[in-house]
Design a protein around this ligand. Structure first.
Ligand code: 0RQ
Length: 502
């Protein structure tokens, strides 16, 4: 049966190729899509073909591409492969896209996810020429049922001159009732967001759209694309155990309730290991106020450990995505999907007292964290929601193996090569070596626990050597640094392929 129940929508039905022709060189386009969920499946590929043809004819054709977060090879990958993206914003993780950013072909601005939609609404990113948004159904009254992510769709639908809808019949219609569409306004017109617990619903099940601006409707039937998780390795399991011990002790000390506080869990395998650990651990009746629903959370809903999870998107392995489609009518009572300006909203995160746990690339001895850049210059993915959650969390945690690249890189360095999260925001650092609780410590006290508890033994002496030298040459005893050597570990890696001193 057709998913298009509205006459005007039927009248604007066309092919992806025809729809893509509505987008012109130089346009700023807001796309749906968040961590491989709910991105448009057909128009980006058709647009990429038109860009390729234009380039072959010697004509320019690029767009500024704004999304919710990362998308998939047939979206970011396809547009990047034809050098079609002049500016990308916010989070991305596609290898082709990343390559174009690091090669200087595409500009990239790594905005906090909770800021990205509001900044477009305020006009900071210029006029939005078009929105390309995947939905699960067009209702008979012209409202639309969102699909597997909401992201910034509410903002792009509100602001774009032209709207292109992709109606994807692969997405389950049983998602109906899972979404909670609530939009912020432009200051000074904002009011307190009335969420006081993770599962609160404050908005609408559908997007209400202005059909005068809808220029095309395209039908698709294609799955979301996400990578399966790697099997859990020992380091991830050990890191998860350290976190669970820490949370258990916080309960014992009376600083956390027995059912904890809403959890936020970042992207990647360690984050998933933490969820597996929580599912096997002693805590019951948990809640989650986070950004993406991962496999581990679905397992926790199944086991009854997790009562409710709030997020903006799914980030599921292919098997779990299939299962979500089959059983969406069960999960919709336990999952709320919100716009990312709400799922990641600092006001709500602070009020609920979220426990935030995110991956990092490196941390320094004083507790500053780099989540985004390799050796200071190369973009990996982006800050994503890690800043939204970390700064506003009740407890903020960063996790990483202590070594990278076969042991040639230490994740604990004298000074981070790029700053995403400052010492003011980072409370706990965990590696497979152990946990550093930085709360209540001065910089010099932090250096001791970070080196002793988190650094790999291969690099501990080298770190102490740095501290001793820094204390001798620094112009202050507060945060001793030897500025001539602070980035010498990164320089050594770039020159020799290893951070280790010969
Ligand atoms: O490189 O892909 O070439 O093998 O970085 O590292 O170990 O696979 O770790 O998948 O957990 O990602 C911080 C990137 C960690 C992620 C980061 C190399 C390593 C590998 C990936 P290869 P791993 P993970 C809210 C939370 C920011 C967004 C965020 C991230 C690659 O967690 O993007 O937190 N975070 N969002 O070899 C050089 C080091 C390195 C290093 C790792 N010290 N130096 N290379 N690598 N450490 C959710 C969302 O926002 C959606």
């Amino acid at each position: 049966m057709s998913r298009i129940g509205y006459d005007l929508a039927r009248a604007r039905l066309m092919s992806a190729e025809e729809a893509a022709q509505k987008i012109q060189d130089g346009d700023r386009v807001g796309f749906s899509g968040f961590t491989g969920a709910g991105y448009p499946k057909a128009v980006p590929g058709a647009l990429a073909e038109q860009m390729r043809a234009a380039h072959e004819a010697g004509k320019p054709f690029t767009i500024a591409s704004y999304t919710g977060a990362s998308t998939a090879p047939e979206h970011d990958g396809a547009l990047a492969a034809v050098d079609g993206i002049s500016m990308r914003m916010p989070y991305q993780s596609d290898p082709v896209m990343r390559g174009k950013i690091n090669a200087g072909v595409s500009e990239y601005s790594d905005v906090h996810l909770s800021h990205s939609g509001p900044q477009v609404r305020h006009g900071f990113w210029g006029n939005l020429d078009a929105a390309v948004i995947e939905v699960a159904r067009v209702n008979s009254d012209g409202t639309v049922l969102p699909s597997s992510s909401i992201g910034n769709n509410n903002v792009y639908l509100e602001k774009a001159d032209k709207i292109i809808l992709e109606v994807n019949s692969w997405q389950s219609e049983d998602l109906e009732g899972m979404h909670d569409v609530y939009s912020m306004k432009t200051p000074p017109h904002n009011v307190p967001i009335p969420i006081t617990s993770a599962g609160d619903r404050i908005g609408s099940k559908y997007f209400d759209i202005d059909w005068d601006r809808v220029v095309a409707v395209v039908e698709t039937d294609a799955p979301d694309r996400n990578s399966p998780f790697k099997p859990l390795d020992q380091d991830s399991k050990t890191i998860a155990e350290h976190l669970l011990d820490f949370l258990g002790n916080e309960v014992k000390q009376g600083r956390l309730p027995k059912d904890l506080l809403p959890m936020q869990s970042g992207v990647g395998n360690i984050a998933n290991a933490v969820l597996v650990g929580l599912n096997e651990g002693p805590f019951e009746r948990l809640t989650s106020y986070t950004e993406v629903i991962q496999d581990g959370m679905v397992d926790m809903i199944d086991s009854g450990k997790l009562l409710v999870a709030s997020a903006t998107a799914f980030s599921l392995s292919p098997d779990a995505a299939h299962m979500m489609n089959e059983k969406a009518s069960f999960y919709r009572d336990h999952i709320v999907l919100r716009p990312q300006e709400i799922s990641n909203n600092p006001e709500v995160i602070r009020r609920l007292g979220v426990i935030a746990c995110n991956g990092m690339i490196e941390a320094d001895i004083y507790g500053n964290v780099n989540s985004t850049h390799i050796m200071g210059s190369k973009m990996q993915n982006g800050i994503g929601g890690s800043g939204d959650f970390t700064r506003n969390a009740y407890i903020s945690v960063f996790v990483s193996p202590s070594l990278a690249k076969n042991g040639d890189i230490s994740a604990i360095v004298p000074m981070v090569s790029h700053h995403d999260h400052t010492e003011h925001d980072v409370q706990v650092i965990i590696t497979e070596q152990g946990l550093a609780d930085l709360r209540g410590l001065s910089p010099k006290q932090r250096a001791k626990v970070v080196i002793e508890n988190c650094a790999h033994p291969d690099f501990r002496d080298q770190l102490w050597e740095y501290v001793t030298r820094a204390e001798a040459v620094a112009n202050s005893e507060h945060t001793p640094h030897d500025l001539s050597q602070a980035h010498s570990w990164h320089r050594r890696f770039l020159e020799t392929g290893s951070m280790k001193q010969s």
